[in-house]
Write a protein that binds this ligand. Sequence first.
Ligand SMILES: [Fe+2]
Ligand SMILES: [Fe+2]
Length: 183
Amino acid sequence: MERVSLLEIYKHPICQKYVSRAGMEHAISTAEYALDFAEEFNTDPDLAVKAAFLHDMGHYTWYRNGKWDYNLYKENDIHAIKGAERAHKLLIRLGEHPVNAKQIALAILLHTDSYLPEGHLQLNPLQKVVAMADKADEEPGGHHHYKKISRESAITRLHALDAKTEEKLSARRTSEGRGQPAS
Ligand SMILES: [Fe+2]
Ligand SMILES: [Fe+2]
């Protein structure tokens, strides 16, 4: 089965609509961080970049009188739940393996605990990587959601990320094939 690439995901209208709404630059930066963290935590680089790229696609805009209302957002936000569902639907549509689509959706569901009453989650390495990558790109006042990126630069960065991800995937397969623990 051929890998569904980040570029294919990027070009899909559902991604354009929802990932752009939450911030395309933030999505790409988070995916770049996730690739590095995936290596550190010895987890699948492909799942990590995809979950990171799509992690905020469940965002909805919470406005009161034309202005972002943070209290309204805090009270009503379920972007991690909505994002997990949207990402899953999009990935399945693009031909992603259902096992992968589920893992990516779960990592998106758990990338933040801000919507949970207690907020103590036991995360697996993939889920940790996505949450850490998101934090790494965070800026005060939610500024990271508003950073601009041109279509050209988004495509260049995603293309580079796809190439690096594929390199790391094949390195993992080689080391697994040799019967060595993946590193
Ligand atoms: Fe988020
Ligand atoms: Fe985020």
